[in-house]
Design a protein. Structure first.
Ligand code: PLP
Length: 411
């Protein structure tokens, strides 16, 4: 397949492995399980180790199956390179492990996936200060910046309350100040939105969610979009400054996070994720349409207290979501009016499954305050806008009429 033609999103993913030649005619990238890679010439082994020529050496730092997936994600995000990790949290943790030092400061959105929130609390106990601010307004980010701020971290559409960060203005601010802008694109996926378009330097994807898409493999990735000038980043060690500056960030991340901490993606998981990614666009079209239909129906029902979905005109960031995203995502959340117990409601459903994953082909529902946000306590939940009756819905690809009947029938 030609490198030059501007193929569409799905065509590009489906045929990407062929750009580098297919192995033995195998149209699916083979699952390479070998932990080590041998060379007939010991000098070649040395030169691979010294980075003088490309090649694989030991499975923790990558193998051909994982490398093919990394290349696919790079193309999806229109980036310069990608590193895969065992999980999405492995990818976010890598930012801390490889790029932050004692005394550094991070400004993070306060509307975050629960485990990311917990990760930043951990980091705060290890010498890196983190401030949480309402990222729906760039003014809050700007007010929190200090001379020690190295990273600004936001999610596109926050899980579970669906607040949308002031993505473009934050990007502009970070560019002006030379700060690394890290955007977690899990909820939008590169099909709905490319954070590179708003100046993000690093993009996080939990591959476990919509990209893998079938709830059968864990994975995460960090993509360097090429938008950040690593010359401005003070924490790059001299040994990773040998190649062109565009390579510095990923070189340090691959060595200091992937190699040293070892949250490496397994080749079988990489295979599942790569197969799932082939239908990302098709699944997103369907789940976004289903999510909009469900959100509209629930909003019109007087037994429902609130519905949070960027596709609704009532959503505070509906305008910027329309501007930035191809569609509004497969996740929404809602609160029932007092008198309807959220557990009883979920138990009456016959299609939607009570479970904690998202981005699956099946519709999954979860009472947020009692499960994924339980550990953080009521006070922090309240500050994040999480009501005790909040139900998060990860919408699947079921037939729309069946889902509408299930959510209405259970009321
Ligand atoms: C799930 C999720 C993660 C973490 O991904 P895992 O693969 O479960 O580790 C990070 N960010 C967001 C927005 C998520 O939804």
């Amino acid at each position: 397949m030609s490198d030059k033609k501007n193929y569409g999103f799905t065509t590009t993913i489906l045929h990407n492995d062929r750009r580098k030649g297919i192995e033995h005619g195998s149209l699916h990238k083979p699952v390479h399980t070998s932990v080590t890679f041998a060379y007939n010439d010991a000098r070649q082994l040395a030169s691979v180790f010294q980075g003088k020529e490309p090649g694989f050496r030991y499975g923790r730092q990558g193998n051909p199956t994982i490398s093919a997936l990394e290349d696919k994600i790079t193309r999806m995000e229109d980036g310069v390179g990608t590193i895969c990790f065992a999980t999405g949290m492995g990818a976010i943790g890598a930012v801390f492990q490889a790029l932050l030092r004692e005394g550094d400061h991070v400004v993070s959105s306060s509307f975050l996936f629960g485990n990311t929130n917990s990760l930043w609390q951990t980091v705060a106990g290890q010498g890196v200060a983190v401030d949480f601010v309402d990222a729906t307004d760039v003014a809050n980010i700007e007010a929190a910046l200090t001379p020690a701020t190295r990273v600004v971290f936001v999610e596109t559409i926050a899980n579970p309350r669906t607040q949308v960060a002031d993505l473009a203005r934050i990007g502009k601010l970070c560019e002006e100040r030379g700060i690394l802008y890290v955007v977690d694109n899990t909820m939008t996926t590169p099909y709905l939105f490319r954070p590179k378009a708003v100046g993000a330097g690093l993009v996080v994807n939990s591959l476990t969610k919509s990209i893998g898409g079938h709830g059968n493999a864990l994975g995460g990735s960090l993509t360097d979009t090429g938008a950040y000038d690593w010359n401005k980043y003070p924490n790059i060690a001299a040994s990773y400054q040998r190649a062109a500056p565009a390579q510095w960030g990923l070189a340090q991340l691959r060595a200091k996070a992937l190699r040293d901490f070892g949250a490496s993606l397994g080749p079988e998981a990489a295979h599942h994720i790569a197969v799932g990614a082939e239908t990302l666009a098709l699944r997103m079209e369907r789940t976004c349409a289903n999510a909009l239909a469900l959100a509209r129906m629930l909003e019109a029902d007087e037994r429902v207290a609130a519905v949070y979905y960027p596709g609704l005109a009532s959503h505070p960031q509906h305008g910027i979501s329309t501007e930035l995203f191809k569609s509004y995502g497969s996740l929404f959340s809602f609160e029932l009016k007092e008198g309807i117990d959220c557990f009883d409601y979920l138990n009456r459903m016959t299609i939607a499954v009570s479970a904690s994953n998202l981005g699956d082909t099946r519709t999954l529902v979860i009472p947020v305050a009692h499960t994924i946000f339980f550990e953080m306590g009521a006070e922090r939940r309240a500050s994040m806008g999480i009501a005790e009756s909040l139900i998060r819905v990860s919408v699947g690809i079921e037939d729309t009429a069946d889902l509408l009947a299930d959510f209405k029938g259970a009321l």
